[in-house]
Structures are given as C-alpha cells and as structure tokens.
Design a protein around this ligand. Sequence first.
Ligand code: SAH
Length: 399
Amino acid sequence: MKRYRLRPLATKRILAGERLITIDDFEQTEQAEHLEEGMVIMLSDADRRLNAKALVGRQNKGLAWVFTNEQDEFWDEELLTQRLEAAIEIRQKFLSEDQSVTTAFRLFNGEGDGIGGVTIDWYEAYIQFNWYSRGIYEYREWFVAALQELLPNIKGIYETKRFKLFDNESAIAHTSGEAAPQPLVIKENSIEYAVYLGEDWMTGIFLDQREVRSFVQTQAQDLNVLNLFSYTGAFSVAAAVGGAAKTVSIDVANRSVEKTKEQFALNGIDAQPPQHEVRVMDVFDYVNYAKRHNLTFDLVVCDPPSFARTKKRLFKAEKDYAQLAQDLFDLTAPGGLCILSTNHSGYKKEAFINEMSQVGRSHSGHFQMIQSYGLPFDFPASLDAESHYLKVLVFYRNN
Ligand code: SAH
C-alpha cells in the first residue's frame, strides 16, 4: 500500500472524522491524478499524526473515501462484512417489525455507514445497489456475497451504475435472483406505493422523504394541498390518505399522470378532478397561473431537483429558490403551511434556512419556520458537508 501525504487542512478534516478526499487534498496533486480506481491508499501528513486508509473511486464529489483511521483495520471482506452487519443492525426495526407498516428503506448509506461510493436500498426483500464509482464497483462480488450471507431472504438484486460506462455495460439491470413484480408494491407508514425496479434511475419513491411524507399525512386533514415537482405524487397520496380535501400535483413529465393515478388507486382513492388534479405542466408556469387567479392552498409542498431545465428556464436551487419561495408564500393561505425542500448538497443548511426565513420575514403574511427535517436515520451521513444533502423547512403563515 502506497503512502501519500495530505495537506494540513485536509489532515485536520480527516482527523476530525470527515471522509472525502479530493485531488487538492494531496501535498503533490500530480500523484493523485495517476491513482487507479479501486486502489487502497494510505494517507499521512508531515507530522505523521494521520494514519488513514482510503479507497480510490472517482465520483463528482471527489477522488477517494477514507474507510478507516485505525492502524489495524484493512480493506478486506471482513471489514466490509462488519460494516454491512452494523448497518443492518441499525435498521433491524424495519426488517423485523410488522410488515404492514414499512417495507422499503435504505439498507446501507455509503460513507455514512463507513464505505463511500455505494448505497443499497431495500424494497420488500428486493435490493438495489447504486454504485457511484468504478473503484467501489470492483468489489461488487464481496458486497453481494456478504449481503446474501447476512440476509438470506433477499429475493432478487438490481443494480444501477452511476459512473462512466464501457460500451458493453448497462447502467440499470436486474443482476441476480428473482425479478421483482412490476410494479412492486411497497409500504411506508402503511401507505402503499408502486415501485419499478430495473427501469429507470428513479424507482418511483424517494425513500429519504419518509418523515416528511409522514408529516404531510398527519397535517393534511381537510386541507387543500399543492404538490410541486410531484413526480409519482407520493406527497399527494400521503396527503390524501391523511384526509386532504383536495390535492393538485404539478410535474412537467408526462409519465406523472399515470404514475400518480396508480399510487392513488393502490390506496383505494380515485384520483379524479376536481378533488385530485394531476397536471403536466412547468411548475413556474403553474405558479404564475395560480398567482394570476389568486389561488391559495392550505399546504404547499415544493421538492424540486437541484437543477431543473425546461425549454424556457433553468432553475438552480442555490440561486433561484428565494424567488420561488416568495411566490409560494403568496400561494399559501393564512394559517397554512409551506414546505420547502432541497436535496442540493452545495446549498448549505444555514444558508437555506437564512435565505428562506428572510423571504418569510419580508412577506406580508408573517411566515415563521416551525419545523425542519434532514435525512432520516436510515440515511446516516458522515461529517462531510456533501453527505448532508437533504434539507426540508416547514413555514407557517400567521396572517
Ligand atoms: N417531489 C418528488 C420528487 C421530485 S423528482 C417526490 O417526492 O417523489 C423531480 C421531479 O421534478 C421530476 O419528476 C421532474 O419531472 C420534475 N421537474 C423538473 N423540472 C420541472 C419543472 N420546471 N416543472 C415541473 N416539474 C419539473
């Protein structure tokens, strides 16, 4: 194992418990450029206080992930099995609890569970690996063998590769065991959702929003709900099951109508207007339309992608969220709630809170932040800022 020296600031970060290594962290950056995917490297510093080991795996976040600061820990199947075992232990309640409540969750969350570059999701005994670098993917066999031993009831395995592929590789595939039914119906807080494995990057549900869906469900009784960037309408369904009087779901993708209706139908609700509207439309056009017609909602949920490009516009969360929030506060009825979410890791929590609160304060409706959510317990983060991507703020309109 070759030893590389890190710069003082990087050393400090890693000693403090961060795990992400970028090229600029190396004393000699040109050395880092030649590191091969999947290589294990030792990291030290000029004073030899640091004694970390990292696995090289290039992804947009960086070059390598530290997997240990311990001298006697090495990259081998034993370490990997221990990390998976610890991850399963934390989520035991989902695996052992009554299967009528929640049957889909994140089983392993990359660096937050001690190994960066890979996440594993559990959907009713089918699992999906998401590989973020070729380096970590080289150890695929170890992961599969260890998981099958730890969880012998796994029915089938799906995988997505989110790194640059060779010509003969496929990005999304069913790779072993039984194929999942299409759709695979999973439960979350006893609500059913349709999931399609092996078809797309997105499976139909974003598991990291579980607590927010639960909040929406508990608040929605008799409310008039607007769900923006609605995708398969998961927030709308949670609201409807929670007794919402009306839901409006807006997404620019054609598939959203059929997918959203499917989710409602699974839960015994006929998604027909005027009670439940699903509109294929650019959110920004809908917001303008709603403002022009003085429409208001008791509960607004806004969960955009970090970057959204349509024919007319480019939305960048960091730059454009404040304007969007201003408009959404206009659409929130007095006494109503507005939920603003961002999954952009570059948009820091403090900045998001400060900027949204500022918009709230300067609005005539006197908005107050009453609640916030981050990642749920099955999405543990490392200390690295990049790891804490989800920020969800709930604003209450006083008058
Ligand atoms: N809030 C959803 C997840 C959103 S995924 C959930 O909880 O499940 C992002 C969605 O935004 C995608 O479905 C995409 O089609 C949609 N989208 C992106 N840009 C948009 C725009 N300008 N107007 C409407 N929808 C948009």
